[in-house]
Design a protein around this ligand. Structure first.
Ligand code: PAF
Length: 303
């Protein structure tokens, strides 16, 4: 039988305080002090990097990391360097209080909210750039985007020194880019990809879904259905280029304004495939008004 101390400690990890928000730190020094204390007491550190505007997709990432670590840090930072000119950096939804209220219902132990000067101190002149995997798809449509992501995520890793960090599979190429630089730079962090969280009609949860008008929101629900149909067609022997073309046409007839790409790729390298050999990923971006919606799905068995 567990001793009193053990019995008292056992359920603690699962108990979530439903009302009190986790403490907030805003500087690298304070973050390091808190994580160093946790590490000293033998805790494994987990990190969930976010840009705030938290939704149930983000909260599921906190759950995933909480199951693989003992001290969960959630960072909230709208990173200017990953937004291109004319993108929504200024308009990006920000509501710190609402985010903290949501985090009070999770296993988050600490929230790190640096400002731009803390993240990019005056005179800052270094960046992390990942060639190859960053260049296509989102890299082509949003030049410089992945340099911004790779740079800020590297900084967050150096600042927090997590044992494990979790990223949503919704941004599938982002996850691949992060895995690449973590391997290339020998950063000692275990990167975990968490499954896409979907709304009741299957739309992938995203902070930018709030930009959709009610008409656009209805159309958006077709995105996952079109991709599901593509997955079914490929698994049943369709020629890949025909399946991609059929998906583009289906998205346009569903009411999407433009389709940036529908591509069937190797799930690890994101190289476009000509032939299906048992496992692949379809990645896609379609636009509704000003909103670019991203989605992706596994085809065949996972790697
Ligand atoms: O996926 C996001 O929210 C951002 O790209 C990330 C990983 C937090 C970096 O700013």
């Amino acid at each position: 039988m567990a001793s009193t101390a053990q019995a008292w400690q056992l359920p603690l990890k699962k108990v979530v305080n439903m009302t009190v928000s986790p403490p907030v730190v805003r500087t690298v020094a304070d973050l390091r002090a808190r994580t160093a204390d946790a590490r000293k007491s033998g805790k494994k550190i987990g990190l969930v990097p976010t840009m705030g505007a938290l939704h149930h997709g983000h909260l599921s990432l906190v759950d995933v990391v909480a199951n693989q670590s003992d001290f969960v840090v959630v960072s909230i930072f709208v990173n200017p360097t990953q937004f291109g000119q004319g993108e929504d950096f200024e308009a990006y939804p920000r509501d710190e209080q609402a985010d903290l209220t949501k985090l009070a219902q999770t296993g988050a132990d600490l929230v790190y909210i640096p400002n731009v000067a803390e993240m990019y101190p005056a005179g800052d002149a270094s960046k992390v750039s990942v060639s190859g995997i960053s260049d296509k798809f989102e890299g082509e449509h949003r030049p410089g985007h992945f340099d911004g992501v790779a740079t800020v995520v590297s900084k967050l890793f150096m600042q927090c020194l997590p044992d494990v960090a979790v990223f949503g599979e919704k941004d599938y190429q982002q996850l691949a880019v992060i895995r690449q630089f973590v391997r290339d730079l020998s950063i000692p962090v275990h990167v975990v990809g968490a499954p896409i969280i979907r709304e009741s009609d299957g739309l992938a949860a995203s902070s930018r879904n709030v930009y959709l008008s009610s008409r656009e929101r209805q159309i958006a629900g077709q995105f996952n259905l079109v991709l599901k149909k593509l997955v079914h067609a490929v698994e049943n022997g369709s020629v890949l280029i025909d399946a991609e073309q059929a998906a583009v046409e289906a998205l346009l007839s569903a009411g999407f304004d433009t389709v940036d790409y529908v591509s069937i790729v190797d799930p690890a390298t994101l190289e476009p495939l000509i032939e299906f050999k048992g496992h692949a990923r379809v990645i896609s971006v379609a636009r509704l008004g000003k909103v670019r919606l991203l989605d992706n799905m596994a085809i065949g068995s996972s790697l």
